[in-house]
Each structure stands twice: as C-alpha cells, then as structure tokens.
Design a binder for this molecule. Structure first.
Ligand SMILES: N=C(N)NCCCCNCCCN
Ligand SMILES: [Mn+2]
Ligand SMILES: [Mn+2]
Length: 285
C-alpha cells in the first residue's frame, strides 16, 4: 500500500514484507526543529537504518534471526519543517492509516525529535506510557512552544495516560512538582535498577506504549543526540527492562527517538540500531 505522507529511504539489513503482512512496521520521523543544543536528529532514521548494515540479523542470546520475521519499513514521514505539531499530525494519520489495513502490527518509530512521540501515542491510545529518557519532558511550554520536545511527557500525561519515567537526570523544579501533583513516577538514573523498573511498571494498566529517548543511555553510548547528558544508563539495563515489559505487558507501539549526528556509522546510530534489533527480537520471543 501507499501511505500519504511517507517516502522510501535506505533499506535495512534484512528482507522486508509489505505492511499488510507485517507484525512490526518501521516508520522514520526525521524531524529536527525544536532542539536547543545539538542539531542532527533529522538524520536519525537514515543513520539508524544505515547502521543496521553492521549488525548480524541473528541475535545470539535469543536464538532468533530477525531476518525471518515479518517486518515492514514504510519509509520516512514527509515532515513539516519547523512545525512539530503538524508533523506529529502526520505521524498520527500515518499510524491510523496503518491500523486500518493491519490493526495488529506494532509500529516502531525511528526519530527524530521526541516531540513526534505524541503523534504515535494519539493514534495508538495506550493506557500507559513507559519512557527511558535523561529528561522529564514535563514542561508546559518551552521556547514558546507547547510541542517542543521538552514538553512531550506533559502533553501525553494530559491525555489521561499513566506514566513511568526511567533514567532521568535533568529537569526543573516545576517539572518535579508537576510530576508529584499528577502521580507521575520517575526514577533518577543514579537510582535505576531492574527492581525499580518492575516496581513502577507492574501496576500500570495496559496497553503500554514504550518510548526510548536515546539520551537515556550513558553519554559514551550516545554522543550524537540533541541534548546529551552525562551519567546515563547502561545498554543491558535497558534491554533487560524491554524484555520484561514485552513479556509481561501488551505493548502497542515503540519508538527510538533523538538519534542524531551527521556521520554514517556514528556511535549513537550503532547503539540505536542494536537496540532496534533487540526490541524486535524481544517482541518476537
Ligand atoms: N527534553 C529535552 N531534551 N529537553 C531539553 C531541555 C533543554 C534545557 N536546556 C537548558 C539549558 C539551560 N542553560
Ligand atoms: Mn531526553
Ligand atoms: Mn525526551
């Protein structure tokens, strides 16, 4: 099928199926409009796809070859430059289009700014939002824009969706107060462990949307991201949490956001591509 707002980009490491037959549907959102520090997330989806060429499709510890799974890639959203809300509308409409032809497929977004997660959440209407991020993203508005990437968790909370945030090490006093007043629980990167994840996520209602802002990882793993922060999570900590989540909760959508850089094969893209393979593998286990 043809989607109104997407165009084809680089192929991934493995063969692909049509979206109608897929269980996992990859969608790029190359939006880069509200990042205040390091630009480059517009190249995120392309960089991640290209970095997959370095990886084996066989996942050793799962004994799964993701090349044998029904995966589609519907290309990248044609973004509206400078307008995160209009671009997120296109994300929402594209996922709605997908759901009409294949309601069971799990969309996997590659970004692109975190602001674009809102469009996916609006389309999929999860009961809970589980996010790995260095930032709380609970501002009401930032740089006069309520759809800035620093506000995405706030916009999602306002939809009545329950939230749990992990890997946090940046926020304002106001954001912390908002979280407290609205029952939003979060774990500082310093305090993060597997038990803290299970404790907060276990009681959350289903279905769940999983968002991974790549800046949740330690800076050494993700130097090319919009707003890097030292002191983040380890790769296997996040993988372990993803495994538990997909095994114990119904997950309706996933994203890997804020991947940036200008150099093919950059460290951040390699981290994101490996994460992508593990997420697909874990969903298929
Ligand atoms: N979700 C995000 N990536 N948020 C980024 C917020 C940027 C805060 N800069 C503060 C700079 C103070 N000089
Ligand atoms: Mn972040
Ligand atoms: Mn974020």
């Amino acid at each position: 099928m043809e989607f109104l707002y997407t165009h084809e980009t680089l192929k991934l490491e493995f063969p692909l199926v049509r979206p109608e037959e897929a269980k996992y549907v990859i969608l790029g959102v190359p939006f880069d409009g509200t990042t205040s520090y390091k630009p480059g997330t517009r190249f995120g989806p392309t960089l991640i796809r290209q970095a997959t060429l370095n990886l084996e499709s066989y996942i050793l510890d799962y004994d799964i070859d993701i090349a044998e799974l029904p995966i589609a890639d519907i290309g990248d959203i044609a973004i509206v430059a400078g307008d995160p809300r209009k671009t997120a509308d296109r994300v929402r409409e594209t996922i709605e289009e997908l759901r009409r032809v294949n309601p069971d497929a799990i969309p996997i977004l590659l970004g692109g700014e975190h602001s674009q997660t809102l469009g996916a959440v609006e389309a999929l209407k999860p009961a809970s939002y589980v996010v790995f991020d260095a930032h709380l993203d609970l501002r009401d508005s930032y740089e006069d824009n309520p759809y800035n990437h620093a506000c995405v968790a706030r916009r999602i909370a306002e939809l009545g969706i329950r939230e749990a945030l992990f890997g946090i090490r940046s926020g304002t006093k106001e954001e912390v107060e908002f979280a407290k007043e609205n029952g939003i629980s979060w774990v500082h990167a310093r305090d993060y462990d597997f038990d803290s994840f299970i404790e907060l996520v276990k009681p959350l209602p289903e279905p769940v949307y999983l968002s991974i802002d790549i800046d949740a990882f330690d800076l050494s793993l993700v130097p090319s991201t919009g707003t890097p922060e030292a002191g983040g999570l380890r790769f296997w900590d996040v993988i372990e949490a993803v495994e538990w989540l997909v095994e114990n909760k119904k997950v309706v959508g996933v994203d890997i956001m804020e991947v940036g850089g200008t150099e093919l094969g950059n460290v951040t893209a390699l981290t994101a591509a490996k994460l992508l393979f593990y997420i697909i593998g874990a969903l298929a286990r």
